[in-house]
Design a protein around this ligand. Structure first.
Ligand code: SF4
Length: 367
């Protein structure tokens, strides 16, 4: 199990109800899940399934696909059936695609209250179809497509406007007895987004999907998402997340997982504790770190590996790691669990670390 909030320093998790997207529980005590969205034409079934497979391999747990056209809606049954992870259909304007997505076996449907004026008189039918099929609805409010009524009322997409939009849309579904809902209130400004989610967390017990929308390319988008998710998750707010990057979606998944790992909400896989290098360095720290990272990629057991450029802080930091090296005079002192066990020439550092790591973990990996 994961460390308790007491030991991680995070606030206790907000108590949210749970929805189930395909076979992935979201909210309640379920671990925070990582989502992404495909960039292929959804109607191109092979390309979309190929990208979902890549996302799945990277650790993505839920994949969202855009459904702007009838051809995209027609592709949903095959995509939902063949995807290894639940598929969420993202629908903005066409209520009939919502029914198609539910019939297709999608894990959930995302609708945007700002763009679904036409949905109002269809909410009862959507609620019934979703309820009969056990398919949750995500109410996904975006600053950029805020309901015009609320834009007029608040002047711009304030946190209050985003929250009011989401709760208003929820109330339409609640009127029909439907509450199998999760919510997002995304904004490109992490501080506005944080405020909106805080208010939403107070106002309801629906599970929350975190996202900074249009966060931009990495590293800007990465930094914005890390700040926003870090603040909210450390307050116990957030049940699933998507990092939005102007970059291939696999990078969104990797970033989302790293943010959860950094918060202690996921067990770390490989952690490289490498120094930033400085004028004392007696080795090319960047190059060595790259080589070590590459050598340990996919290592089957969680491991903390230290790479230190000199012996000043080297041994101290390396001692905190499962295994590590501190460099000097063309050599590397290899540490295992805090003990220097060997000193090897620089050219042998990477292979020695790998050998020692395998020896150290051989019981766990059954080698
Ligand atoms: Fe500089 Fe040595 Fe610290 Fe690396 S470990 S940053 S080289 S003092």
């Amino acid at each position: 199990g994961m460390p308790s909030s007491a030991s991680t320093g995070l606030s206790p998790r907000r108590v949210s109800r749970q929805v189930v997207v395909g076979d992935v529980p979201v909210g309640g005590s379920a671990p925070v899940s990582v989502q992404s969205m495909t960039t292929t034409l959804t109607a191109d079934i092979d390309a979309t399934l190929q990208q979902i497979a890549e996302l799945t391999a990277a650790g993505c747990q839920i994949a969202r696909v855009a459904v702007p056209s009838a051809d995209d809606a027609a592709a949903l049954p095959t995509i939902a059936k063949k995807s290894q992870i639940p598929v969420i259909a993202d629908i903005h304007f066409q209520p009939k695609y919502v029914f198609a997505a539910i019939d297709a076996g999608c894990g959930a449907v995302r609708v945007n209250p700002g763009n679904i004026k036409k949905f109002d008189d269809k909410v009862g039918d959507i609620a019934k179809a979703a309820s009969d099929a056990g398919v949750p609805i995500r109410i996904g409010v975006n600053a950029g497509s805020l309901d015009r009524r609320l834009l007029a009322k608040y002047g711009k997409a304030t946190p209050e406007a985003l929250v009011e939009s989401a709760l208003w849309e929820c109330s339409l579904f609640e009127e029909h007895g439907f509450d199998d809902i999760k919510i997002s209130v995304k904004h490109h400004d992490p501080m506005v987004m944080i405020s909106a989610y805080r208010q939403l967390a107070q106002a309801c017990d629906y599970p929350l999907h975190l996202g900074v929308t249009e966060a931009g390319p990495p590293p800007q988008g990465t930094a914005k998402s890390a700040v926003a998710f870090g603040a909210l998750l450390s307050e116990g707010i957030g049940d699933t997340l998507r990092v939005s990057l102007s970059a291939p979606p696999v990078e969104e998944v990797t970033t989302g997982i790293l943010i959860l790992e950094a918060l202690g909400l996921r067990e770390r896989r490989l952690e490289i504790v490498s120094c930033p290098s400085c004028g004392r360095a007696q080795v090319d720290v960047y190059r060595l770190t790259e080589e070590v990272t590459a050598a340990f990629a996919g290592f089957p057991v969680p491991l903390r590996v230290a790479v230190m450029g000199c012996v000043v802080n080297g041994p101290g930091e390396a001692r905190e790691a499962d295994i590590g090296v501190s460099c000097g005079n063309g050599k590397g002192q290899i540490f295992v669990k805090g003990e220097v066990i060997r000193t090897v020439p620089e050219s042998k550092i990477v292979e020695t670390l790998l050998e020692e790591a395998i020896a150290l973990t051989s019981e766990t990996i059954g080698a």
